[in-house]
Design a binder for this molecule. Structure first.
Ligand SMILES: NC(=O)c1ccc[n+]([C@@H]2O[C@H](COP(=O)([O-])OP(=O)(O)OC[C@H]3O[C@@H](n4cnc5c(N)ncnc54)[C@H](O)[C@@H]3O)[C@@H](O)[C@H]2O)c1
Length: 367
C-alpha cells in the first residue's frame, strides 16, 4: 500500500474494515432522532420497530399514509414513547422532502436530526419493460416509465442532499470520529443509504432498478470521500433479495427455489451502522446465510463442516480507497503533472477565457 493511498483513507477519516465477529450494542441508538423515508413497510418498518424498541425517536416519511399512521400508533403504544411520528412524504417531490425534514426538526425532542435513512424505493416499470419498448409502430415512441429512477435515484439524491444540509445543523450533533467509543445518546451525523445487490451485479430485465441502484452506490462512493468536510459518516447497505412487498412485485417467481436473505439480517446490519458510530464510509452486503470458513467469509464450506460459520452479512468494497481510489489518485497525479508543466500562465489564460466568454454571452456575441 503506497503512502499516497493510505493518505486517502486518513484524509477521508474512513474507519478500518468492520469486524463483524465483534458484537455491538443496539442500545447505542437510544436518544437518537432518526428519519427514515419509505418507513411504512419492509426494511423501513423493520428499522423503525427495532430502533424504537431500543430507545430511538423515529420519524418516518412515506406515501402510504394509512399504513404509516397505523404503524406509528402501534409502535408508540408498544414503546410508550410519543416521539415517533409519521409525516406524508413523496420522495420524488423536492418540496415534500423539505417539508418532511422541517416538520421532523420541529417534532424532534432534541431539536435536530441525528441520522437519516434514504430507504424509499420501488421496483416497477408500470408494465412497460425498458428493454422491450412498446408502440414501435407509432410515429414517435412513447416516453419510458421513469418512476423507478425518480424514486430510487432522484428521491434518494434529494434525501442525501437534505441530510448533508441538516445533519451538521443539529445543534447537538458531533463530528463523526471513528476513534470515539459509541454510547447511548451519543450525538451523531449519519446518512445511511440503501443500495442493493443490484448495485454490485447485473440483473437482466430490471434495467432501471439496476441503473438506479448502481447510481446509489456511486452516490455513496463519491459522498464518503467528502462527507468528512461536514463531519458526517455515510454508510450503505446492499441487500440481496428479501421477502418484502417490493420483492414480491418482481422477483419471487424469478428466484423460485433459490435461497433469499432475511429481513432480520438486513435490520441487524442496519442497526450495526446506526448504533456503532465508529463505522464510517463502509458497505455491508446482506445475502442468504451461507456456511463459510471462520477466517475467510468468501470460502464456502459444506453444511456439515464443524469449523464453518453461518453468515449472511459480508463487508464489500473494503480496500477501495487503497486499490480503486489509488487508481484515481494516480490519474489525478497525471493531471496535476500536466497542470504543473503548463505553469501559472496557463491558469491565468484559462481564467481569462472564462471571464471573456461570460462577457461575450452577456452582450449576445456568443451563445
Ligand atoms: N426487498 C428486497 O429484495 C430489496 C433488496 C435490496 C434492496 N432493497 C431496497 O430496500 C429499500 C426498501 O425496500 P423494501 O424491500 O422494504 O420495499 P417495501 O415496498 O416494503 O418498502 C418501500 C417503501 O417505500 C415507500 N415508497 C415508495 N415510493 C415512495 C415515494 N415516492 N415516496 C416515499 N415513499 C415511497 C413505499 O410506500 C414503502 O412503504 C428500497 O430502496 C429497495 O430498493 C430491497
Amino acid at each position: 500500500m503506497s503512502n499516497r493511498s493510505r493518505n486517502v483513507v486518513d484524509l477521508t477519516r474512513q474507519s478500518p474494515p468492520i469486524d463483524l465477529s465483534q458484537p455491538y450494542d443496539p442500545d447505542w441508538v437510544s436518544g437518537k432522532t432518526i428519519l427514515i423515508t419509505g418507513g411504512a413497510s419492509g426494511f423501513g418498518e423493520g428499522f423503525f420497530r427495532k430502533w424504537a424498541a431500543h430507545g430511538a425517536n423515529v420519524i418516518i416519511g412515506d406515501i402510504n399514509d394509512k399504513q404509516g399512521i397505523a404503524l406509528v400508533e402501534e409502535v408508540r403504544a408498544s414503546t410508550g414513547n410519543k416521539n415517533h411520528h409519521y409525516i406524508h412524504c413523496d420522495v420524488t417531490i423536492w418540496q415534500s422532502q423539505v417539508d418532511f425534514f422541517h416538520q421532523a426538526i420541529k417534532l424532534s425532542p432534541t431539536g435536530g436530526i441525528d441520522s437519516v435513512v434514504a430507504n424509499a424505493g420501488i421496483n416497477g416499470y408500470g408494465g412497460q419493460p425498458f428493454w422491450d419498448p412498446l408502440g414501435l409502430d407509432a410515429d414517435t415512441p412513447p416516453p419510458p416509465n421513469m418512476k423507478c429512477l425518480e424514486v430510487n435515484l432522484i428521491g434518494v439524491t434529494y434525501t442525501a442532499h437534505l441530510a448533508l444540509f441538516y445533519l451538521k445543523r443539529n445543534p447537538n450533533s458531533a463530528v463523526a470520529d471513528y476513534k470515539v467509543q459509541p454510547a447511548a445518546n451519543r450525538p451523531d451525523r449519519h446518512l445511511l443509504l440503501i443500495g442493493s445487490i443490484a448495485s454490485l451485479i447485473t440483473i437482466p430485465g430490471l434495467t432501471q432498478y439496476n441503473a438506479s441502484k448502481h447510481a446509489v452506490l456511486g452516490l455513496f462512493k463519491s459522498l464518503r470521500s467528502t462527507a468528512f468536510m461536514g463531519g458526517l459518516r455515510v454508510n450503505i447497505l446492499l441487500p440481496y433479495f428479501v421477502n418484502t412487498p417490493l420483492f414480491q412485485a418482481g422477483g419471487r417467481a424469478l428466484l423460485a427455489g433459490n435461497a433469499i436473505a432475511t429481513p432480520e439480517d438486513v435490520v441487524d446490519a442496519g442497526t450495526r451502522f446506526m448504533a456503532d458510530t465508529r463505522i464510517v464510509g463502509r458497505a455491508l452486503m446482506i445475502g442468504p446465510k451461507i456456511k463459510a470458513r471462520a477466517d475467510n467469509e468468501w470460502e464456502v464450506v459444506p453444511q456439515e463442516d464443524n469449523d464453518g460459520v453461518e453468515m449472511a452479512v459480508r463487508e464489500v468494497l473494503v480496500d477501495d480507497f487503497e486499490e480503486v481510489e489509488a487508481f484515481c489518485a494516480r490519474l489525478i497525479k497525471l493531471l496535476n503533472f500536466v497542470e504543473a508543466t503548463r505553469g501559472w500562465s496557463a491558469v491565468v489564460s484559462d481564467i481569462f477565457a472564462v471571464i471573456t466568454y461570460r462577457i461575450l454571452v452577456m452582450f449576445g456575441l456568443k451563445r
